[in-house]
Design a protein around this ligand. Structure first.
Ligand code: UDP
Length: 275
């Protein structure tokens, strides 16, 4: 067992959180596309200390055949935590929690995908949590959506996701592990950013109507910001791969600017126009 004690407060008298963030501030987010050689599409996400890799294979022939859907591809999501991803060793056998989260992630991603273009096939999404520090289901959606785009699966939009919660009576965005464990509740959500259609909405803990409405607006704002980071990471991966840019290897120094940690302060986010 790892020694862990409940912090005296989750929100300081100055209004800051245990890691110094403001209530509406996300953890630093680093997204990378095309991180695996074997997969048709892949992506990784570091969100604070949470670290996840997603790999997509397909569309490909579905086994076992009895799962076949005649009018669309089957989206098969497998969310797993590495044995070493949490302080207490995670048993390697798939847990009920992992099965439930796999289903929830599939349901969050499906509305964005044109699965009807690949009847009878399967699109496999493997999600491996390397390090869990809260918010793994939402971080997994952020990475899996990018991995699906990297695999060339036709989609309406990328899907960003974030959890909004409550600690010491204050609504907070993107909960870390302590906030998740000792806070008063959390609301993981995912959206299609253009329409603000919710594709994931769960609730743990109690929120009154006003709190829930405010929490959802905070979540939508954070998701829109994460969507910009997702698009930026795709551009970074593909701009480098285009032939013109291969010719311009000398200009790679400029690309290094992209590698700088992205500003995750919602207040200072420079949002780009949708193309
Ligand atoms: N966790 C753990 N062992 C497990 C499963 C979860 O220690 O077998 C921890 C882990 O730190 C994870 C956190 O519990 O990030 C929160 O899990 P939850 O089910 O709320 O999902 P999440 O917030 O990660 O989406």
């Amino acid at each position: 067992m790892s020694p862990e004690t409940k912090p005296d407060f989750l929100i300081s008298p100055e209004g800051l959180r245990v890691d110094g963030r403001r209530p509406d501030e996300l953890r630093p987010v680093e997204l990378k596309v095309g991180v695996l050689k074997q997969a048709d599409g892949s992506a990784s996400i570091r969100q604070g200390k949470t670290y996840i890799i997603a790999a997509v294979y397909g569309p490909r022939e579905l086994h076992p055949r009895h799962l076949t859907l005649n009018d669309r591809a089957y989206l098969r999501v497998e969310y797993r935590m590495a044995t070493f991803s949490v302080p207490d060793r995670k048993r390697p056998a798939p847990s009920r929690r992992e099965k439930e989260i796999s289903m929830v992630i599939a349901n969050a991603l499906k509305p964005a995908l044109f699965l009807e273009e690949f009847p009878k096939a399967v699109v496999d999404v493997f999600i491996q949590v390397i390090q869990a520090d809260g918010g793994t289901r939402c971080a997994a959606i952020n990475a899996a959506s990018l991995a699906l785009a990297d695999a060339g699966i036709p989609m309406r939009s990328l899907i960003p996701a974030v959890a909004v919660g409550k600690a010491d009576g204050q609504l907070i965005v993107d909960l870390g592990d302590e906030e998740d464990k000792y806070g008063q509740g959390d609301v993981p959500m995912a959206i299609i950013p253009t329409t603000e259609e919710l594709t994931l909405l769960q609730q743990d803990g109690s929120f009154n109507r006003e709190e829930l409405q405010e929490a959802m607006q905070m979540g939508i704002n954070a998701c829109k910001y994460l969507h910009e980071l997702q698009k930026e990471s795709l551009r970074r991966a593909y701009v480098k791969k285009s032939p013109e840019d291969m010719d311009d290897e000398d200009d790679d120094e400029d690309d290094d600017d992209f590698d700088d940690d992205m500003e995750t302060d919602l207040g200072e986010a420079e949002l780009m126009e949708d193309e």
